[in-house]
Design a protein around this ligand. Structure first.
Ligand code: KG4
Ligand code: ZN
Length: 363
């Protein structure tokens, strides 16, 4: 069975073909094409929604055809189309959703709407190659804990099955990636700043700046990163100019603070709910320090947990369409294309989107 995934929730225009074995034990990536308008947003230090959507209108059809071509698949060979319906930028979402609806009608294929946030977690079910020697590599097992850490979201969810999902907590202010990006802007770094901060932090002294770790020991599984941003601003304002070493030291302090809080709270939740798997997803999960900190913490202090850590390959951490196709395979339900609309927002504690109807709220 082959699924064409389409993702346009932010600045990327992405399409991908994935193939799944009948027992769903093996999801293979056949192709992935992404066009991005990121370079156009770099100068302003953030995404300009209208610029993103205008580029997506231009890119969407070539990107879809490129993904089909790379997968050596004709539209007739596709079994279903999966598309991100939200959350995200409304103009961007509309491009993907309306294109997918049109193709579903014209090609006569089922259409599966996918929640972008769950898409990030389902990147953990994808093998990057159909001939992957790790074809017996186990898939994440339930109960599982999902941590979505991206530019727009920081959410912790408990998954008892693909469809029995409880939201445990999330950020009360800035998302983890947003904190990286906003702090990067204060330091004059390029957008998106996450990867830049990771790189500069390699030369930073971990002792120079001890930034706050908000809500670290709070009982709720919530996060808060705006205080960290303020703490960095204070350090920047104290100085007339920032030399390269100070910037590297700040980057190290920021990355350590974000990483400490995320690892500590996630493992606390893993312990509380005795999960078999922890799945990371979202752009911030590409951060090597964070990935290593999780693995080290699991191998040492938390080894009693008997929990396996799943982290997508780096290219599947940031926005992509393969994760959308993968989520559709496990979570999705076909819906009438006439009933599918783009939903830009996610209310806190309310994932009430069509393909997340099964999400219960814990409080
Ligand atoms: O998942 P994603 O591609 O888009 C959203 O759904 O938001 O995440 C983008 C975010 C940006 O904030 C970016 O700075 C951050 O992920 N990011 C990173 C790294 N790579 C991307 N943050 C920290 N370290 C990285 N290596
Ligand atoms: Zn994302």
């Amino acid at each position: 069975m082959k699924i064409l995934g389409i993702e346009t929730s932010c600045d990327e225009t992405a399409a991908s073909v994935v193939e799944v074995t009948p027992d769903k034990s093996h999801v293979a990536l056949l192709s992935a094409t992404t066009a991005t308008s990121l370079a156009l947003h770099a100068a302003t230090g953030g995404i300009i929604p209208e610029v993103a959507a205008r580029n997506q209108i231009k890119d969407i059809i070539p990107v879809i055809y490129s993904a089909l071509e790379k997968a050596k698949t004709s539209p007739a060979d596709i079994d279903a189309i999966a598309v991100t319906f939200g959350p995200g930028l409304i103009g961007s979402l509309l491009v993907g959703v309306e294109t997918a609806k049109t193709l579903s009608y014209v090609w006569n294929k089922p259409l599966i709407p996918v929640n972008h946030l769950f898409g990030h977690l389902y990147a953990n079910f994808i093998r990057t190659n159909i001939h992957d020697p790790l074809s017996n590599f186990p898939l994440p097992q339930f109960p599982a804990l999902g941590l979505i850490i991206s530019g727009g979201h920081t959410d912790l969810v408990l998954m008892k099955s693909h469809t029995d999902i409880t939201w445990l907590g999330g950020t009360r202010d800035d998302a983890a990636g947003e904190a990286f990006d906003k702090i990067g802007r204060m330091l004059g770094l390029a957008y998106p700043a996450g990867p830049v901060i990771e790189n500069l932090a390699k030369n930073g002294n971990p002792q120079t700046f001890q930034f706050p770790r908000p809500l670290m020991y709070d009982k709720a599984f919530d996060f808060s990163f705006s205080g960290l941003k303020t703490a960095v601003l204070r350090e920047v304002e104290k100085r007339k100019a920032l030399d390269a070493q100070t910037i590297a030291d700040i980057c190290r302090g920021v990355q350590d603070a974000i990483s400490d809080v995320i690892v500590y709270k996630t493992l606390l939740a893993a312990e509380a709910y005795n999960v078999k798997s922890i799945m990371l997803g979202g752009g911030v999960a590409a951060n090597e320090t964070l990935r290593n900190s999780f693995q080290i913490a699991l191998n040492t202090k938390y080894k009693i947990l008997n929990t396996n850590l799943f982290v997508p390959s780096k290219s599947l951490c940031t926005d992509n369409a393969a994760m959308i196709a993968s989520a559709a395979l496990f979570q999705g339900e076909n819906e009438n294309w006439q009933d599918i609309t783009a939903h830009p927002t996610k209310k806190r504690k309310d994932f009430s989107f069509p393909s997340a109807l099964y999400l219960h709220v814990s409080e």
